[in-house]
Design a protein around this ligand. Structure first.
Ligand SMILES: [Zn+2]
Length: 212
């Protein structure tokens, strides 16, 4: 009897676990669906600085929380800018390592110094899924920004973080980021191509690629 009860209980537990897993999956995909993609006009709008006194406002703080949740819901996203979820503000979230999921926020970021040395990397963008492009960037940058508590910071970034920051800053200007530009021109690399030939592949022309 107890054995049978135990079996029933573990079956119920398994069922509940599956239900909850699916609920979390739906919750994550709802968050991801907030990301504006491809030719959404908001991606082409200019973004504005936030006044220092507004940083601790609930509107700004809620925007940060939402951006953090959306970025965390993605599997591989390393950065998300506010316009990507329809907010035309100069804010971006950075998550250099999706496995660690440590997200930091940058408000009104401005590059104040950059190295002469450049680096080349393959970039993707959450707003242009499955499209990759080789982009040349400054190797090191120094930026000035406010953190989420409203403290002014000046910090130097290099390598991967420097690339992500330069990419996110592009989202604040008129026009698409480099990845969006490449998508418009039909000159990009697809994920399949990267997996097959490694990340050294040069840009290639694929006008046949369909919009999602
Ligand atoms: Zn992007």
């Amino acid at each position: 009897m107890t054995k049978l009860l135990g079996k029933v209980k573990s079956r119920i537990r398994r069922k509940k676990n599956i239900e909850q897993k699916n609920r979390i999956k739906r919750y994550k995909s709802n968050l991801i669906s907030m990301i504006k993609i491809f030719d959404d006009p908001i991606l082409l709008e200019e973004c504005y600085n936030i006044e220092k006194k507004e940083i601790l406002d609930s509107v700004t703080q809620d925007s940060l929380k939402l951006m953090g949740k959306v970025l965390a819901a993605t599997k591989t996203g390393v950065g998300l800018s506010a316009p990507q979820i329809g907010l035309t503000k100069r804010i971006f979230a950075l998550r250099p390592d999706p496995e660690i999921n440590d997200i930091s926020f940058f408000i009104n970021p401005e590059i104040i110094e950059c190295s002469e040395e450049k680096q080349n990397g393959i970039e993707g963008c959450l707003s242009y899924p499955e499209i990759f492009v080789s982009v040349e960037r400054y190797k090191d940058i120094k930026i000035e920004y406010f953190d989420k508590e409203g403290n002014k910071k000046i910090k130097k970034f290099e390598g991967k973080e420097s690339i992500i920051i330069q990419h996110e800053l592009e989202h604040f200007l008129f026009g698409p980021c480099f990845v969006g530009e490449a998508w418009k021109k039909g000159k990009f690399i697809t994920e399949k191509k990267i997996n097959r030939k490694g990340k050294k592949e040069k840009e290639w022309d694929s006008r046949k690629f369909r919009k999602k």
